[in-house]
Design a protein around this ligand. Structure first.
Ligand SMILES: Nc1nc2c(c(=O)[nH]1)N[C@H]1C(S)=C(S)[C@@H](COP(=O)(O)O)O[C@H]1N2
Ligand SMILES: [Mo]
Length: 406
């Protein structure tokens, strides 16, 4: 028997045993074909998601949480939104994976295997808030194209890895370095391997922050495939698009990185306010940097019903990009009056902050609870959707929930 035939026969044997039955016309099955019966297509099983997560899109996969699912201090894997611009890479081999540091502004191009990164550099663990720049897009009018995220495209997980700063120190960067750009292994939707689905980055000042990690662990285990296994850049507080998943190369640039989704209207907003629906020229747009102040009421779930006389304990999280949150308030009278919540300090810089408050309702009936955070510069969340922009980014309007008191 020829080797190829032998391989095929034994492959067929193992496929059949997984299926639990013989593949009758197996001999005619194309090579490298996975029978449908063995293809997992259920995103809840594939990504081990909580059954209340919301699937917005399947090609590419885009899945969001709901406010009440984000009640944990640290977001568990099953409740983390998933955002992809392309197709998740397959057949990743951890032992041959490497990260190359190149670009105009490196002294010398260097590559590190995962083992080398782990052995050569000290590891750090931080809770880092990552919010998609388009979180809240669904509320813009006129509507903006793109995933219609409601409030659930944000998470704060525990990330462990090495500091990008330490790696760059080892490699050596030149004085003209102004930006870094990541390159990753995901596949463009067209299947064209010369195109990158996304290749974004951050200014060198952000790259050199202590909390900017090249992460290899998330929430105490290997990074799940959908979130960037085996290596991910994590730049907390910035649009999550700056945190490249599946990275195998970081380029140190002597100009603003010009990779895929750095130009045009991608992850960019008008420099000056524009009228809703207005066309904005590229030259009048700028790259989104730190995300604006925002908060979520994660308990109770909107729609909850309570007995009059019972004190309601609300809770949630607030975050403010590069800044911290200095005040969290709530209102039960549509924003006429505000009362302060108890607000915790962040566990570390760039982690979201937890808040709570006890509310007593004066009478039975319908109420809305609105939450409003204020950042350390004194900027508060707007009560209505802020500045319209072509792609619907940066909606940090106050989160609102409805409750009924009976
Ligand atoms: N390689 C790669 N990195 C990526 C993306 C992507 O499509 N490919 N999407 C970005 C965007 S737009 C977001 S919001 C976050 C989502 O991270 P998550 O899926 O882990 O929640 O990953 C970012 N990093
Ligand atoms: Mo995003």
């Amino acid at each position: 028997m020829k080797r190829r035939q032998f391989v095929k026969k034994s492959m067929m044997g193992s496929l059949a045993s997984v299926l639990g039955m013989n593949i009758v016309y197996g001999a005619s099955m194309p090579e490298n074909y996975t029978p449908l019966g063995l293809q997992e297509t259920d995103p809840f099983k594939m990504f081990e998601l909580d059954s209340s997560m919301l699937v917005l899109n399947n090609r590419p996969w885009n899945i969001e949480a709901q406010a009440h699912l984000l009640d944990d201090d640290v977001t568990p894997n099953s409740k983390m939104f998933i955002r992809n611009n392309g197709l998740i890479p397959k057949d990743i081999n951890e032992s041959t994976w490497s990260l190359t540091i190149d670009g105009e502004s490196v002294k010398e191009v260097r590559s590190f295997t995962l083992e080398e990164l782990k052995n050569k550099f000290k590891s750090y663990t931080y809770q880092l808030t990552l919010e998609c720049g388009g979180n809240g897009r669904s509320e813009f009018d006129p509507p903006a194209k793109g995933n219609q995220w409601t409030v659930g495209a944000v998470h704060c997980a525990n990330w462990k890895g090495v500091r990008l700063k330490d790696v760059l120190e080892e490699v050596g960067i030149t004085e003209d370095a102004v930006y870094i750009g990541y390159h990753a292994k995901d596949v463009h939707l067209s299947g064209d391997s010369s195109k990158e689905p996304i290749s974004r980055g951050v200014p060198i000042s952000k790259a050199l922050q202590e909390e900017t990690l090249i992460a290899y662990e998330m929430n105490g285990g290997p990074i799940p495939l959908a979130h960037g296994f085996p290596l991910r850049l994590v730049a907390g507080g910035w649009p999550a698009s700056a945190s490249g998943k599946w990275i195998d190369r970081i380029s140190i640039r002597n100009k603003e990185h010009d990779g895929s989704k750095m130009k045009g209207s991608s992850y960019r907003v008008p420099k000056n306010p524009v009228a809703p629906g207005e066309k904005v020229e590229d030259k009048d747009m700028m790259v989104i940097e730190s995300m604006p102040v925002k908060s979520l009421i994660t308990y109770p779930k909107s729609g909850a019903v309570f007995k009059l006389g019972r004190t309601l304990e609300i809770r949630g999280h607030a975050w403010a990009g590069e800044l911290s949150v200095k005040k969290m308030e709530y209102s039960i009278d549509f924003g006429s009056t505000w009362l302060e919540c108890t607000l915790e300090k962040p566990v570390n810089r760039l982690a979201w902050q937890h808040f709570r408050a006890s509310i007593e309702f004066p009478a039975t009936g319908y109420y809305e609870i609105w939450g409003r955070a204020t950042d350390s510069d004194g900027k508060a969340q707007p009560m209505i959707v802020p500045g319209w922009n072509p792609k619907g980014y940066l909606n940090n309007a106050c989160h609102r929930i409805a409750v009924k008191v009976i």
